[in-house]
Design a protein around this ligand. Sequence first.
Ligand code: NAG
Ligand code: NAG
Ligand code: NAG
Length: 292
Amino acid sequence: MALSFPSQMLFMMPLVVVGLFVEASAGNFNQDFDITWGDGRAKILNNGELLSLSLDKASGSGFQPNNEYLFGSIHMQLKLVLGNSAGTVTAYYLSSKGSTWNEIDFEFLGNLSGDPHILHTNVFSQGKGNREQQFYLWFDPTADFHTYSMLWNPQRIIFSVDGTPIREFKNAESIGVPFPKNQPMRIYSSLWNADDWATRGGLIKTDWTQAPFTASYRNFNAKACIWSTGSSSCSSSSSSSSNNSTSNGWLSEELDSTRQDRLKWVQKNYMIYNYCTDSKRFPQGFPRECNN
Ligand SMILES: *[C@@H]1O[C@H](CO)[C@@H](O)[C@H](O)[C@H]1NC(C)=O
Ligand SMILES: *[C@@H]1O[C@H](CO)[C@@H](O)[C@H](O)[C@H]1NC(C)=O
Ligand SMILES: CC(=O)N[C@H]1CO[C@H](CO)[C@@H](O)[C@@H]1O
């Protein structure tokens, strides 16, 4: 759906926080999502409980939800491409539309069997990204499903893996850094070929004899402010357990000291790239939010 109003207007719309009870659907893909591309390569299975994406030489595949969100606490379980997945990228991200779009990205860069996948994250605000942080995971993401979460509220964005925070992007508007808060976003997921850059910087190409490559998604759960024609209501969508009006705690959620310690543990042991320490890239000084 194309947005026909300027983002300036969105900014002025009141955020209506109400305890609107949406019929709980416990993450049913049939009900909540549309297969958007891939000509049959994306499949909804087990009565809507599981969604699988596949990639072969001719095409990748992808899906998106019916709803648009303005803030949300979003959880999805993913099981990544097994075996030799070098060259492939499995993505799961929130994005708005237009030339000054906002985006919150999880991208999983495949690898040769046994070599580590990279979890690549980025935050775009008003069309500007260049805020990459990359991580190895502390488990094999192809062996089983794991939960990847994005908390997006007016104060911060927190990326988590199995409940462990790996990255926090704080609202730093007070020091002039735009923060995504005026444009509703949708969740997109896709599996595609990116062997020009994904694995060891593009050195290792996709081995098409291994195709089709498959990634699976399940247990989608969003507590979100659902956007519809000019206003948003915060409710629990696709969530079976928290459909009550006091469950909007995520709208002001922050990291307590235990979770801050977990974040530090991940950043110390598993972070392999941080734009905020890449001095070659920013010889004139780091982006402002890096000192926040
Ligand atoms: C793939 O494995 C190599 C060797 O262990 C590693 O350097 C690289 O970071 C891994 N991940 C990707 C996506 O290239
Ligand atoms: C959620 O809503 C359903 C239907 O309105 C209700 O039966 C259930 O008790 C609610 N659950 C919670 C935790 O409020
Ligand atoms: C009746 C009920 O389930 N209340 C819950 C609503 O959500 C808050 C926050 O998640 C819980 O603390 C309540 O127990």
